[in-house]
Ligand binder design. Sequence first.
Ligand code: AMP
Length: 397
Amino acid sequence: MSQFSQHSFANEKALIRVDFNVPLNDKYAITDDTRIRAAIPTVKKVLKDGGSVILMSHLGRPKDGPTEKYSLKHLLPHLKQLLGTEVAFATDCIGEPATSAAAALKPGQVLLLENLRFHKEEEKGDKAFAEKLAKLGDIYVNDAFGTAHRAHASTAIIAQFFPKDKRMFGLLMEAEVNSAEKVLHQSQKPFTAIIGGAKVSDKILIIENLMERATDIIIGGGMAYTFLKALGGRIGNSLCENDRLDTARELCDKAEKKGVRIHLPADSIIADKFAADASDSSAPSNNIPDGWMGLDIGENACEQFTNIIHRSKTILWNGPMGVFEMEKFQRGTRGIARAVAEATQKGAYSLVGGGDSVAAVNQFGYADKVSYVSTGGGALLEYFEGKELPGIAAVKA
Ligand code: AMP
């Protein structure tokens, strides 16, 4: 049992850092509430114990202090509905509005603080600001995996103001860390990492670190074409980072030395322009005609990747196999989502993380058919790059 589950919060004010950085439309309605829903079990456990809850989060990237667009008050109606209880609101996360609202909290009550980033001290990791926040609660709970890679006041610096038994992860953070640990440090072999998306430059470190652990690395999406060109292929007008050709070659050499198999798509669905109504055809990925670009993995590649995924015991998936936002180029990503779900059903452990692959498993209906869908984009990537996340280190210290 975890520290959080074992702790009784009776008569305590739990100061919980959540990641309520949700997308809002121009009428301030939430268009995807995944991150809020993910934090609800942690809040409910504290309330059930007879404690009270002070929620703090950032929303967006406000540059100049308080801005209507980034106010957390827009989240109140939905939060009340999800929790089934009233939620009080403090118009500032520190100072009189916060201290008096926090002081008035009774067991079973919830308070939401205004956007932490309305104070520039938050992102600067300012110690005095963190101390002011810390004074609001008796115990600190970090449940914001999505911001765990930032050394901000509320995610990392604040932890030092609580003794070791009064600072802990919430249920979401625990689940995220356990799942990432399972893949990174307790993986059963064969371990296949599926890396896709647009840019090689974003994924170099993660590929390098995964080489120490994975048996197979599948590379799809736009980034595959930089590798294909580096290995001598003709890639037409496909996405390519010409300044990363050497890096791609080095990664392939390193993999070979380590006995890690890198798999590139044998064929591609090609298009004559980057558009939903483009003409499409298929071609070997290393022989794409000029004027055409690879926008999805082809049928053979999908089969090739599916076979590798099916014989895997551990699977990590980050990044789509093609431009899945366009119907014509989503077959590969959908096929890989299905393969990961099928492998999971046969007993593999699968973790899907990073914005676009999460959007894909949701869109194609496979989110509940994989072992874990991470809420962390950048945080998960940094974790798999082998970096220590400040938000995790501070609580563990
Ligand atoms: P990333 O943020 O690096 O994970 O990249 C995700 C984006 O990569 C998505 O918006 C995809 O549409 C895009 N993408 C995937 N495959 C390709 C491709 N073959 N060519 C251009 N863009 C791609």
